[in-house]
Write a protein that binds this ligand. Structure first.
Ligand code: NDP
Length: 442
């Protein structure tokens, strides 16, 4: 970390009200792990039908549920350990440009090595080569998926305890501190930029190199599984996988930009973000592909092309929203937005160490349509890689619904945070751009 200030920042405020924080934490802790297992079970053993799983649970009760919860087997642990070690090695060893993150609330400026694209390409090439040369068959991953999720659920929980202890005993920077409440510290995290040594950034690992990378790896796994089972890949699987891979490729091309977003620059490394990236992303985010493995629908060329073009367009617009904001900030407003000089608000704010800083808010382009318009194409992209599943079952759409709730909540959280950061300048932005997400509607 660069430019560290001397005082420790405290997390005295919760993002939501304390009641909601406790409620969401207890819900996440107790409901998410069984949900991940039930999702996997329903997709792989109950034909994707929630009704089938419900009937099974109704007939067999708690013992029936315990029976379907796979043990974290040695094979599963080995797969996770090799994958995690491989990704950690790539993160540390591959060359990359030095990139500076945004100035933190305590006035620090984290330094990163931007080698995400190389790590992404090398991961996918290695995985495909292992399969092609008969060294490792990805269907093993699919066949042990339940055990892998089970191991991830427990392993990630232990990892979050490690983060909590590290945050207390050996924080990596002054962007850390306790709220004085053990539950909030565990849930929201203690450190903004935890590192092992000087260079190994834990959030880059959990969010990008483990979580997002696993999405692409599992999307390929589902495709290969269907190919090995049926001797061909259905066009529904092909279009869904292609869109997911385009999305994850976009993510890694833009990874340094991601280091400027809420996940990295504002949310501390705790259960909420790290458990989510280590368990929820590999399971829930990849679930449309998991469903398609055993449901090879043929869509036909016209429909496939329509879904493909619409999905890529949404992914591109989402990318362009992020790019526009970051280009505007990087050039200090000296760029063109939709072919014109940008309209902007010059805002000031005070860091937790009392320094006054200046920042710019873009009020034209995508950011003039609504304050979080970029969530619209994000949600639509997810819809387009899910719709190849057609409408026989509800469960493949769980991710789209979850994402919609997550992003509407996130927009509110971000608005609240920006309001308290920028005060009257944020109010000015809200007056100029009154809609939060959907222009003219919300
Ligand atoms: P960002 O962090 O990119 O954008 C919000 C931040 O940008 C604000 O906190 C503020 O930070 C700054 N900002 C807000 N308004 C303006 C403006 N008008 N001009 C300049 N800066 C502004 O948002 P997200 O992290 O939510 O999203 C990043 C990407 O990740 C998006 O593409 C989103 O769709 C995607 N995403 C995907 C999720 C998924 O699960 N699939 C979940 C969440 C996000 P500052 O303090 O710097 O002013």
């Amino acid at each position: 970390m660069g430019e560290q200030s001397k005082t420790k920042s405290k997390t005295t405020d919760t993002v939501h009200s304390p009641l909601l924080t406790y409620f969401s934490m207890i819900s996440l802790l107790t409901l998410c792990p069984p949900f991940v297992i039930l999702l996997w079970y329903t997709m792989t053993h109950a034909h994707g039908s929630v009704l089938n799983t419900f009937t099974y649970l109704n007939n067999n009760g708690l013992q029936g549920f315990i029976n379907i919860w796979p043990k974290p087997s040695a094979t599963a642990c080995k797969i996770i350990a090799v994958y995690a070690a491989f990704e950690a090695a790539l993160q540390l060893l591959l060359p990359g440009n030095t990139v500076h993150g945004p100035i933190s609330p305590a006035g620090n400026r984290p330094v990163y090595k931007a080698n995400g694209v190389a790590a992404y390409l090398l991961t996918l090439l290695t995985y495909l080569a292992l399969w092609w040369f008969g060294i490792f068959n990805p269907t093993i991953v699919y066949d042990h998926l339940g055990e892998i999720y089970s191991a991830l659920i427990f392993g990630s929980f232990v990892f979050c305890i490690f983060l909590y202890i590290k945050g207390h005993l050996a924080p990596s920077s002054t962007d850390s501190g306790s709220s004085g409440n053990i539950i909030i510290d565990f849930y929201w995290g203690m450190e903004l930029y935890p590192r092992i040594g000087k260079h190994f950034d834990i959030k880059v690992f959990t969010n990008c190199r483990f979580g997002m990378m696993s999405w692409a790896v599992l999307a390929l796994t589902y495709c290969i599984k269907q190919y090995e089972e049926n001797g061909k890949v259905a066009d529904s699987m092909l279009v869904s996988t292609t869109l997911m891979l385009v999305y994850v490729t976009k993510f890694f091309i833009w990874e340094a930009g991601y280091w400027n977003t809420m996940d990295i620059a504002h949310d501390r490394a705790g259960f909420y973000i790290c458990w989510g990236c280590l368990v929820w992303v590999p399971s829930v985010y990849t679930s449309p592909g998991m469903y398609l493995v055993n449901h090879p629908v043929t869509l036909g060329t016209q429909l496939v092309l329509f879904i493909l073009v619409a999905g890529i367009l949404c992914i591109y617009i989402n990318y362009d929203c992020d790019r526009q904001r970051q280009e505007f900030r990087r050039t200090n407003g000296k760029c063109l937005v939709w072919g014109r000089a940008p309209s902007k608000i010059e805002a000031t704010y005070t860091t937790s160490t009392g320094e006054t800083k200046r920042s710019l808010l873009l009020t034209s382009g995508w950011w003039g349509l609504a304050r979080h318009f970029h969530y619209v194409p994000e949600i639509l992209s997810a819809f387009f890689w899910t719709v190849p599943a057609l409408f026989h079952h509800f469960l493949p759409y769980f991710y789209v619904i979850f994402l919609t709730i997550l992003l509407f909540d996130r927009a509110k959280r971000d608005d609240d945070r920006c309001r308290s950061k920028y005060g009257k300048y944020w109010k000015l932005y809200c007056d100029k751009v009154p809609y939060r997400i959907i222009p003219g509607v919300y």
